[in-house]
Design a protein around this ligand. Structure first.
Ligand code: KG4
Ligand code: ZN
Length: 340
């Protein structure tokens, strides 16, 4: 199943500068991720201008480190793959410009990669062999979408969030609870020993047929639980809010259960008993456990991307880049970036 194609992948769509070398779309020769979390945490979220400048400082050293880690020179590369969309424009421009410069200087083909499809590829990489089609959930800070996946290159949208992404809801919820950015891991830690049923949050299913998601109501419900109806109370330390562990666990539980129920609805609706999960929120242990239980009960096989390949990384970019390269899907040196 693996080929000898060696691809350098470059990722800079949000707040991780990453480079990786992957052989045959599977074998990771090196993977370097430089996270900017510390720079953004003081602002409570990703600041686009800081992100762009952070990438500018780190992109060349990150690529150098990935090439050195793989122990190969540019002559051993078959292609250079880069995330060109979606993401922050100033951030994408840094990675794409670096990839173009190297493709030109080293005389290598350039391959453009869609960030969401790369997250799906990360989940495929966790499997020994593939049995298409799959239902794929991509759940991150920017996206919460369900797809029918017929190949690494073919994803048909089944449903998506109509407001916040799940990771965004966790990030905003954590901020309300006074927990640091990024909120997903903060809520996970804060709620680890909490009772997930301590507080009731409505799990929005958007009607019996919908495969879309909505998380903004849950966020408002958290605000009202902390600050009273209307969210106007100044002091958020209501007696019940002191049960931070219970509140964090209950909020996380509501997000996770909604995701799990929608995934299984999608499997049922499409008749596909195989589910893939990728994206940053895919690291979440409560999600992995609950979705694992629900899937097992429904006779659905579920595969998660490896935790280090859930959050942004360049292994998934090099991997999908390999599949695109082998399919002859090359980009020109005038490749543009796109926010959406
Ligand atoms: O995929 P990713 O690194 O970037 C985007 O493409 O958005 O995802 C980042 C998101 C953030 O919202 C972060 O809070 C969430 O993934 N996240 C988690 C966990 N680790 C990261 N959410 C829940 N539990 C985690 N362990
Ligand atoms: Zn991502």
């Amino acid at each position: 199943m693996t080929s000898a194609t060696v691809v350098l992948g470059i990722e800079s769509s949000c707040d991780e500068t990453a480079a990786a070398v992957v052989r045959g779309g599977r074998e990771v020769l090196s993977s370097v991720v430089h996270s900017q979390i510390a720079e953004h945490a003081v602002w409570g979220g990703v600041v686009p201008e800081i992100a762009g400048r952070g990438h500018l400082a780190k992109i060349a050293p990150t690529i150098q480190e990935a090439m050195a880690g793989a122990g190969i020179g540019p002559e051993s590369l078959d292609a250079i793959a880069v995330t060109s969309r979606p993401g922050l424009l100033g951030s994408l421009l840094v990675g794409v410009t670096a990839a173009k410069a190297l493709a030109w200087a080293w005389g290598k083909p350039l391959v453009d990669v869609h960030h969401i499809e790369a997250h799906a590829y990360a989940a495929l990489m966790s499997l020994e062999s593939w049995e298409f089609p799959y239902v794929t959930l991509i759940v991150s800070g920017g996206h919460t979408s369900l797809y029918r996946t017929d190949s690494p290159l073919a994803h048909e949208l089944l449903g998506a969030t109509i407001d916040d992404a799940a990771g965004e809801a966790l990030d905003k919820g954590a901020a309300m609870l006074g927990l640091p950015y990024p909120g997903g891991p903060s809520i996970e830690r804060a709620g680890a020993d909490g009772d997930p049923r301590a507080y009731a949050f409505k799990q929005p299913m958007l009607g019996p047929d919908s495969l879309d998601f909505s998380f903004s109501g849950m966020k408002t419900a958290l605000l009202y639980k902390l600050k009273g109806a209307g969210g106007r109370r100044e002091d958020p330390t209501l007696p019940e809010a002191r049960d931070l562990a219970g509140m964090a666990a209950s909020f996380e539980h509501a997000v996770v259960e909604t995701l799990a129920r929608k995934c299984l609805r999608a499997c049922e609706r499409t008749g596909i008993p195989r589910l893939l999960v990728g994206g940053g929120v895919g690291r979440n242990r409560r999600l992995r456990a609950r979705l694992g239980e629900r899937a097992a009960a429904a006779g659905v096989e579920v595969a998660f991307a490896r935790p280090e390949h859930c959050t942004d990384n360049a292994v998934m970019v090099a991997g999908l880049g390999c599949a695109r390269f082998e399919a002859g899907l090359l980009a020109d040196l005038d490749l543009d970036v796109a926010a959406r």
